[in-house]
Ligand binder design. Structure first.
Ligand SMILES: Cc1cc2nc3c(=O)[nH]c(=O)nc-3n(C[C@H](O)[C@H](O)[C@H](O)COP(=O)(O)OP(=O)(O)OC[C@H]3O[C@@H](n4cnc5c(N)ncnc54)[C@H](O)[C@@H]3O)c2cc1C
Length: 486
């Protein structure tokens, strides 16, 4: 008889693992507490407007392609990808930088800002490509069991790049603060400050300038729909509205889970829910990591998000827009060093309807506003309103147009929602940061050391935050399960 596995949660990592395990012959059941699948990547549809609730940047198209290729499929079997041109726009207080969809355009833009900067830029991106090839094709494919996984010819010859920060590398080559911010932006996806992120992670800059920014027609939720459809075609059963209340253990081995009060037996259990929450489903003596362990980790930011329907098309905006008109150093301190609501936050706005008509009613614009904030902050309706007013005023003045009177509706999402919707630790949005001390074998483990048959996946474990890493995490954990349990 096929072995059975119960998977907690239906985010990217859970869906990925479910597909690999079902393909290998496991009888896989997914249990998701919410009423739809997708986890942090769910979708909101309101009055003809379509919003991705979480991720909006489709980077590293090769990782998505490889995932579907593992099942003899292609992304194009499920969704249509457009390469965005320009990729994005960055608003500064006195200028706007536009990032084109290939290096020649980007070099031209760099030259406009700092004469002579295109030469170091090409060199920097060539090195970033080298890092990408090692990181994405080799390092991240390791399960994070032993430090020796990181000791390879490729990494040993580049060891200095694990100890220098991306910030120092960028500042060595570029002087203009706007170019520095532009080149430090991609590593923010890894959840830590650029001066605490190893320069090896410049592979994110290659993902940005080298591979480009893509958009699945219909939005990021198309990927979730594709993975759900693939999983079901492989025989995975998906249960929504199914809150997992306990991971059951007998004689040091998991026997299954309790879902909405009912016991479900299985040979193994895999949790794709936030790691901290997953361990609270165990008796205390069976947890591997203490509360003080979690408290000492550097968590990636939480976010204050607004989903806004506009009754008109907006001017001078792109699909992705970054508002870097205030000082990032101060904002970063408010996120990481001295957690508090930021005085002058940087923010990001996504208007998918600029390039994809299906995302908004005709003549309207779908707007997603994001302010990164420290996890665990107080979250009240008054604070949400205060911050919406701050950013919408700045948005109006930087894009030189009035939009407040064109708002049809506005929904928000913040710390309290991350906790209630996803059981997220302190309401983090992107899991645990990828700092040097929280990389690879130093991250929470895929396999429980205390309970046989219990595994973990997702953005709090290896390789880290983001959609592509979550797909890889699901693959890594399924390989480990097959190795240990079959
Ligand atoms: C606002 C935002 C913007 C982002 N932007 C980007 C981006 O542009 N590009 C990018 O690549 N990444 C982005 N990310 C990160 C990316 O979305 C995540 O890394 C990824 O979706 C995490 O997937 P996961 O499988 O680890 O977990 P999750 O998506 O969190 O899935 C965990 C699931 O477990 C469920 N669950 C929890 N507890 C239980 C329980 N007891 N019983 C049953 N189910 C339970 C939750 O409901 C959830 O569905 C963004 C994230 C956020 C929040």
């Amino acid at each position: 008889m096929n072995k059975t596995i119960s998977i907690i949660g239906s985010g990217f990592s859970s869906l990925s693992a479910a597909c690999y395990l079902a393909k290998a012959g496991y009888k896989v059941s997914i249990f998701e507490k919410n009423n739809t699948v997708g986890g942090r990547a769910r979708q909101l549809i309101k009055d003809g407007f379509t919003f991705d609730i979480g991720p909006s940047w489709y980077w590293m198209p090769d990782v998505f392609e490889k995932f579907f290729n593992d099942f003899n499929k292609s992304t194009s079997d499920y969704y249509t990808l457009d390469k965005l041109s320009p990729a994005y726009k960055i608003f500064f207080s006195d200028d706007v930088i536009t990032i084109g969809d290939h290096m020649d355009q980007i070099c031209e833009e760099f030259e406009r800002i700092e004469s002579g900067s295109s030469k170091p830029l090409r060199k920097f991106i060539a090195q970033a490509q080298d890092h990408y090839n090692i990181a994405i094709n080799k390092v991240v494919l390791k399960p994070g069991i032993s430090p020796l996984e990181l000791v390879t010819k490729d990494t040993i010859t580049r060891v200095d790049r694990f100890f220098k920060s991306i910030s120092s590398e960028v500042r060595k080559n570029f002087k203009n603060p706007k170019l520095i911010s532009t080149l430090e932006f991609p590593v923010l996806f890894l959840g830590a400050k650029p001066n605490q992120t190893p320069s090896f992670y410049s592979f994110m800059n290659f993902a940005d300038f080298g591979l480009g920014t893509w958009h699945p027609k219909g939005g990021m939720y198309e990927i979730i729909k594709a993975m759900k459809s693939l999983a079901e075609s492989l025989g995975v059963t998906i249960h929504t509205n199914s809150n997992v209340e306990k991971i059951n253990v007998e004689n040091g081995k998991t026997t299954g889970i309790t879902v909405n009060g009912n016991f479900v037996t299985s040979d193994a259990v895999l949790s794709g829910a936030d790691y901290h929450h997953s361990e609270t489903l165990l008796d205390k003596n069976l947890r591997q990591y203490s509360e003080s362990y979690w408290d000492k980790r550097t968590f990636a930011p939480s976010s204050l998000l607004f989903y806004v329907g506009f009754n008109k098309k907006l001017k001078d905006i792109e699909h992705h827009n970054l508002f870097f008109d205030t000082d990032f150093k101060n904002h970063a301190e408010d996120i990481y060093d001295n957690p508090k609501w930021p005085k002058n936050p940087l923010f990001y706005v996504n208007f998918p309807s600029v390039t994809d008509k299906s995302m908004a009613p005709e003549g309207c614009e779908t707007g997603f506003f994001l302010i990164p904030i420290a996890p665990g902050l107080e979250d009240t309706p008054e604070l949400r309103k205060q911050y919406f007013d701050i950013i919408i005023n700045r948005f109006e003045s930087l894009t030189k147009q009035e939009v407040k009177d064109s708002i049809l509706f506005k929904e928000s999402f913040c710390v309290n929602d991350f906790i209630s919707e996803y059981n997220s630790y302190k309401g983090n949005a992107y899991g645990m940061a990828n700092t040097l001390r929280q990389t690879a074998f130093l991250r929470p483990k895929l396999k429980s050391k205390k309970v046989n048959g219990l595994y973990f996946t997702g953005q709090l474990t290896v390789p880290g935050p983001g959609v592509p890493p979550s797909l890889i995490s699901g693959k890594l954990v399924s390989e480990l399960i097959l190795k240990n349990e079959v």
